[in-house]
Design a protein around this ligand. Structure first.
Ligand SMILES: Nc1ncnc2c1ncn2[C@@H]1O[C@H](COP(=O)(O)OP(=O)(O)OP(=O)(O)O)[C@@H](O)[C@H]1O
Ligand SMILES: O=P(O)(O)OC[C@H]1O[C@](O)(CO)[C@@H](O)[C@@H]1O
Ligand SMILES: [Mg+2]
Length: 320
């Protein structure tokens, strides 16, 4: 093991830079060279890369985004794309690749590892927190806190105007962000893609609350639940209460990582280099019950992380 490659892929997540920094500096402490591939899998397809030194990663631990840039890269979903990736790994003498990203990036790493024979280490980094095998991903805590800060402000308007707010948070396929944000802002209702919602039940909860004197409320809805514009309109028509929709959007993906996201990134970065140094590959570093462990990247790809639905029921009880 002499030369480690590193790539960030999929949606950016706050803390990716902290992970890059950790990988580069731990590698340097073991006399390993690090090559950064730019713009996700595009960098491997186009052989677009740069040498990363401990100095080139200074002053980035506190910044969101990724200095390597990232992308969604449909070409890497093809055999030719992965083949080009293998050629880039070979031409740059890469002995091991650290892949920082979400579940899709892990699937890509598995393909590339199988085809190239180069050991891969996955570092889970996505605000979706939907990577199987890890309790938490880099960026999740930051996105939760960003959304919570915004919704606390929205609550002021909701209460002052007696309005029901539907607040849409990210999560096209999964409701980890919505459920954690929902419970921590005291949301009256949480809607997630994993559970098909019954509109009449939503109206009923709002009507009951109004009868008891609570004429404002926050509904935290993951983007994947369907048309939140329509839902907001339907709530107004079926409850008679004033409603508003607030879509938090991409602000949740950026910003300075929280201390927790930085810590996770530093621990994951360190362990990923240790694994490669020990001669291990095709692993994902994960956080389980308070400590960093590693599992087969294949197992992470094949598993499905389940949302704890009891959180959603608890949120409804706590908001009564
Ligand atoms: N099965 C696969 N084979 C090859 N490449 C893949 C595969 N699945 C995903 N990829 C590649 O990985 C990229 C990142 O995956 P995806 O867009 O799902 O994001 P992610 O890593 O899950 O992160 P997030 O969900 O946080 O945005 C894809 O754009 C594609 O280039
Ligand atoms: O516009 P993009 O980059 O495809 O991102 C949207 C998706 O990325 C995520 O934010 C995760 O990074 C999802 O919650 C969302 O569905
Ligand atoms: Mg994903």
């Amino acid at each position: 093991m002499k030369n480690i490659g590193i790539v960030t892929s999929g949606g950016d997540a706050p803390g990716m830079n902290a992970a890059i920094r950790a990988v580069v500096r731990v590698a340097h402490s073991k006399d390993l060279k690090v090559t950064g591939f730019k713009k996700g899998w595009h960098g491997l397809i186009r052989n677009d890369c740069m040498v990363l030194t401990p100095r080139s990663v200074s002053g980035i631990i506190q910044h969101g985004g990724t200095i390597l840039h990232t992308s969604r890269c449909p070409e890497f979903n093809t055999e030719e794309g992965v083949e080009k990736g293998c050629e880039s790994l070979a031409s740059n003498n890469i002995d091991g690749l650290v892949v920082i990203g979400g579940d899709g990036s892990f699937r890509a790493a598995l393909e590339l590892g199988n085809k190239s024979g180069v050991p891969m280490i996955g570092i889970p980094a996505t605000i979706d927190n939907d990577v199987f095998g890890t309790d938490e991903t880099i960026g999740f805590d930051t996105a939760v806190n960003t959304a919570v800060q915004q919704i606390d402000k929205i609550r002021d308007t909701a209460v002052s105007h007696d309005r029901i707010f539907v607040v849409e948070v990210m999560g096209r396929k999964r409701g980890f962000l919505a459920s954690t944000v929902g419970i921590t802002v005291g949301a009256e209702i949480i809607l997630v893609p994993e559970v098909e919602f019954i509109a009449e039940n939503v109206f009923e909860i709002i009507r009951e609350n109004a009868e008891k004197g609570k004429k404002s409320g926050i509904i935290v809805a993951a983007e994947g639940i369907g048309d939140t514009h329509q839902l907001t309109k339907d709530i107004r028509e079926n409850t008679g209460l004033e409603t508003r929709l607030s879509i938090l959007g991409y602000a949740q993906r950026g910003g300075n990582p929280t201390a927790r996201s930085r810590l996770l990134a530093s621990l994951f970065g360190n362990r990923s280099v240790e694994l490669l140094f020990e001669g291990q590959g095709n692993k994902a570093v994960v956080f389980q019950n308070g400590s960093v462990k590693s599992i087969d990247i294949k197992d992470s790809c094949e598993g499905e992380k389940r949302l704890d639905l009891s959180l959603i029921r608890l949120a409804e009880i706590l908001a009564k």
